[in-house]
Every structure is written in structure tokens, then in C-alpha cells.
Design a protein around this ligand. Sequence first.
Ligand SMILES: C[S@@+](CC[C@H](N)C(=O)[O-])C[C@H]1O[C@@H](n2cnc3c(N)ncnc32)[C@H](O)[C@@H]1O
Length: 218
Amino acid sequence: MMHLILGDAELELVPKEIQGHPAVVKHAKSRRKRPSNVILDATYHHQAIRSKYGAEAERRGRPDIVHFFLMNAQESILNKEGKLRVYVHTRNNEVIFIEPETRLPKSYPRFIGLMENLLHNGCVPNCDSPLMRMEKMSLKSLVEEIGEKTIVLSESGKRVDWKSYEIPEDVTVIIGGFPSGDFLSNVSFASEIISIYPETLMAWVAAYEVITKYEGVR
Ligand SMILES: C[S@@+](CC[C@H](N)C(=O)[O-])C[C@H]1O[C@@H](n2cnc3c(N)ncnc32)[C@H](O)[C@@H]1O
């Protein structure tokens, strides 16, 4: 079984300190929602993000990374064959547990609506038999709960020959859910931190590399 975690994902509701920013208020109004119930999205909120977060502004508000990642992972052959478990860990130390049979909306606005419900209510579509549920949890605690050998993918990790790299049969792999910079979480608990390519890859490309590598050997 492979456990695949999108770590430190830039997925969050609009933080309190920018809920009153005109760009946020206008966007929330157009969606007939309260600013506090809207997901932070750099596409719509970049002015508000830039006004408050300085050096961090470039990485905040990227739910699109989570969408691409989940589409790849949940629709993969590995998942259809029952050999994959997928989790999203957020910058606010929340973990989203995703049932293997979960199929995400392909439409981005519908995906955002679903994730807003999840971040607000803690489970979707309902809490009796949720397809996705969220818990407050650090990346380290999640890895400890899973209890397998853990590999972190990072541009600055130890360079490996990816073509010949052998992935363990029972493994947890962590991929960063942010567009630039480094993990916010301390990932020194990992057995290995590896770089698989000399350039930066998008998180969902790195995820698919790992998934297809695992499919190829199992
Ligand atoms: C856009 S990158 C984030 C950029 C970041 N500078 C980094 O450390 O890789 C998103 C994620 O994709 C994975 N990734 C990107 N390029 C990689 C590479 N060359 N080797 C291994 N993983 C990579 C990492 O998990 C990374 O956190």
C-alpha cells in the first residue's frame, strides 16, 4: 500500500485579518457567501494577500494545487486497484482523510464549493458516512499514525536516479502542496528526502511520477 500525502498544502479559509479587504468582500459577495466561509484563492485575492503577507504572499491561497493533485491521485489506476490512500495536510495543521472511492468534481468552482463545506463543517457529504473528513493534526502525527517508512520529495533533497529508484512496498510519500519555498513543517522525521529531477516540478506532476513508479513495480 502507498500512502500519499500532500503536505503543507496552501488550502485555508480566508484568514480573519484580510476578511475585510475590498477584493475579498467583493468576491465573497459575488458568490453570496460570507468572507469567512470562502477559500483563500490567489486568483481572486492576490491584492489582499500581498497587502498582508510580505515574503509569504507568493505561496498563499493555492487550492488549485490541491485540485490537480487529487484529480491525479483519486483517478489513478493505483487507487482503482485499492493500493493507494490519499491525504491532504494543510498549512494550518489540518489533515483531510479521503476515502478511495471519492471522485472529485472536475469543475474548479464546484471543487472549491465542496472544499469550503469540508473546511467549514469538517466532513462531506455528511458526517455519518463521510467521503472526506478533516481533523486537526500535524504532518508528523499523521505519519506516525500511518506507521510506514516515509519518503519526502523535495527539490533540495538528495538527488537520486529516479529511473532505477526502488520504492518500498509499504510506504508513505510526502509531496509539498505549495508553489514555491520549502516545507513549513519540520520533515526531518523522514527516512529519506529525495530530489527526482534537476528542475522544479509541479506538485501534481511529482505525485503522478510516484504513482506510476509504484504502479510499475506492484
Ligand atoms: C512546486 S514544488 C515546491 C517547490 C519547492 N522549492 C521544493 O522544495 O520542491 C511542489 C512539490 O513538488 C515536489 N517536487 C518538485 N520538484 C521536485 C524535484 N525536482 N524532486 C523531487 N520533488 C520535487 C516536492 O514535493 C515539492 O514540495
